[in-house]
Design a protein around this ligand. Sequence first.
Ligand SMILES: Cc1cc2nc3c(=O)[nH]c(=O)nc-3n(C[C@H](O)[C@H](O)[C@H](O)COP(=O)(O)O)c2cc1C
Ligand code: SF4
Length: 441
Amino acid sequence: MLRPGLPGTHPSSTVGAAATMEPSRPAPTIRAVTPSLLLPQRSSTGPETLAEYRARGGYDGLLRARTGDPTWLRTEVATSLLRGRGGAAFPTARKWELAAAATADQKFVVANGGEHEPGSSKDRVLVERHPHAVLEGLLLAGLATGATKGWLYLIEDMHGPRASAEHALSELRAADLMPFPIEVHLGPTTYVAGEETAALNAIEGKPAKPRKKPPFPGEAGLFGKPTTVNNVETLAHVAWIARQGGAAFAAIGTEQSKGTLLFTLPASVQRPGVYELPFGATYRQLLDTCGGGLRADRRVRAILPAMSCGFLLAEHLDVPIAYETLRPLGTSPGCGGVRIVDDATDVVALAIEIAEFFMKEQCGQCPPCRMETNQFVHILKAVQGKKGPGYADKLAKLAEFSRKKGFCSLIEMAAAPVLSAVSAFALDFAAAAGPAAPAGS
Ligand SMILES: Cc1cc2nc3c(=O)[nH]c(=O)nc-3n(C[C@H](O)[C@H](O)[C@H](O)COP(=O)(O)O)c2cc1C
Ligand code: SF4
């Protein structure tokens, strides 16, 4: 356990969010840990109103962007070194430059809040609690890239976030603060519907399945027009950067990973919920100082930083969280929905659960993805059924064969935790596979 007085931690800022969360999700606490960019301390537990948001400088950036040259904002975002928070960590400024350079009679912008990854609630909590920060970011992204219409993309089970966003939009219209119209669109409640081109298809009224790329959305997105798609957390950061400046954002974090990141802690810790931590903090701080440690008297063996990443062993819990430090360890922060492997976890069963999730959620368009995700489950179940050796090679060959053969990266996302589980927990897998199987075979 870390000592409770970790500099910059404000336990008193806990906000109960149970009343407004969807029934199927764990009731989160929200903890702001200094520096808090996205989850400021508030006296109210409801959605932040326009008046509250304006009182902390909200929409000051928009007012400046509305009157001035949009290159100012693109420069600030480039200085900030902000990377997308939708999982792929793509540099936001680079995406915007491409969209700004595209010539077309119309351009569009989309805030992606289609979060449906098990264990991650950060986007729905952000939209529900701070709809104005997301909407300001969406409007700023639109102004910076020359868009004339925007969409906030949510999924059908997001009743609370949708209500917050619709109310915030009505406040914005009444205050005459909308340089272009924004619609809220609800996609289907599936994982793949959060992929950016699946979201574009859903908005166009088509099945929410990923498109073959290229063309990328920045070239030909919604209705064939250049479209910028950013995650809602990315956009809330943009609103902060427009207000405080790119240099202030870049001053937070590590050398290559800037600003703060939202994490979701599971029900297996004392205080599950959504937390904001700067890059450079550690998973031990997240689990112990924020989450209060494990609920039961258990030992952490490893964590899965997000569903589509590799496992991080307990010996690495003190490594600073950053893209550049986690990559050499075979993982990444992903969307921050943390899962914990403790000494009572059946890791083979966990790998099967993850593989089954991807098998069910893949959309069926690409034969290699269907084959890979089905075969992963088949091979892992054979391990569980003590069917002996050869599983590690088979899994690795399948993943290698399938790599880059899908319309979207789900095909690689499915492979990452499965291959990582087999290598991180080699002895568990060998024991499960039966005496004929040497470790890692
Ligand atoms: C299967 C799949 C599901 C995804 N789900 C989401 C999601 O729920 N929300 C999101 O913002 N990005 C999601 N993404 C990533 C998006 O395609 C896209 O990279 C992101 O919205 C871009 O925003 P960013 O640059 O701000 O991160 C998903 C990608 C894949 C392959
Ligand atoms: S890679 Fe998989 S999830 Fe992605 S489009 Fe192809 S079949 Fe669908």
